[in-house]
Write a protein that binds this ligand. Structure first.
Ligand code: DGL
Length: 264
């Protein structure tokens, strides 16, 4: 699985809860963070190269643990994976399915990176669900960088989060899609601002369920009850990735291998 940074670890966490017996290989493309404001055409090249790298390392399934990468390059990741006979699990669709199922008022919010919002991926995924929904999308260009830097929660951050939540409150959403895999890390802050009545929908749980279904259907699931391995790759500074990742995942990452990706 891959993400632009440590956000995808929120997806890995859910997969480790559901499928502890599987081996996981996680790539954080920290050298290219943030994906949210990258030029889409170049980002697509980057995503194809990452998919190739992970397949080359023997992946039996590819999880796009990044909403922006799903929104901008799910099709290229799928094309690369298909050549290797490997299936892809993205983050956007499973989340849209949950949000459409649980909203009572039909007013759904999406908080995501500029690239994700501009791609229209959530709107399309919610439309497919076949309910008449009122969708309010908010671009949050500074939120993932704040999380990726591991910065302290100060008044400035609170003001930023309040400003991002303001249109969602005005629209009176009862369900908010956390449309970036970094955001579950700040779910408590968002929940406080939005109040108890707004349900936050993260991608991780739904993705873990989709991973399980896909592996079982393809007869690729590992039956043993033991614990699998987990390994980490990143394209930027390995020490800061290990430090931040260990804190977010609440388990030691061990050695993080640095890899070079030329594309993009
Ligand atoms: N985790 C990525 C996402 O889901 C982070 C965003 C970014 O790299 O800008 O969108």
């Amino acid at each position: 699985m891959f993400d632009s940074g440590v956000g995808g670890l929120t997806v890995l966490h859910e997969c480790l809860v559901s499928l502890p017996q599987e081996d996981f290989l996680y790539l954080g493309d920290t050298d290219w963070f943030p994906y949210g404001t990258r030029e889409p055409a170049r980002l697509r090249e980057r995503i194809a190269a990452i998919a190739e790298l992970l397949l080359g390392r023997g992946a039996k399934l590819l999880v796009i643990a990044c909403n922006t990468a799903t929104a901008i390059g799910e099709d290229v990741a799928c094309a690369v994976a298909a050549e290797g006979g490997v299936e892809v699990v993205p983050v956007v669709e499973p989340q849209a399915e949950i949000a459409a199922a649980i909203t009572v008022s039909g007013r759904v919010g999406v908080l995501a990176t500029p690239n994700t919002v501009e791609s229209g991926a959530y709107r399309r995924a919610l439309e497919v669900e076949g309910r008449a929904l009122e969708v309010t999308e908010v671009e949050a260009p500074k939120l993932a960088p704040f999380i990726q830097q591991g910065s302290p929660f100060d008044e400035g951050v609170m003001a930023m989060a309040r400003a991002y939540c303001e249109p969602l409150k005005r629209a009176d959403v009862d369900t908010l899609i956390l449309g970036c895999t970094h955001y579950p890390v700040v779910a408590p802050m968002l929940q406080r601002i939005l109040g108890r009545d707004v349900r936050l929908v993260s991608g991780g749980h739904a993705v873990a369920a989709a991973v399980q279904r896909t592996l079982e259907r393809a007869e690729l699931a590992r039956p043993s009850a033991g614990e699998g391995t987990y390994d980490f790759l990143c394209t930027g500074d390995t020490d800061s990735f290990r430090e931040l990742g260990t804190r977010f995942l609440q388990m030691p990452l061990g050695e993080v291998e640095r890899v070079e990706i030329q594309a993009g």
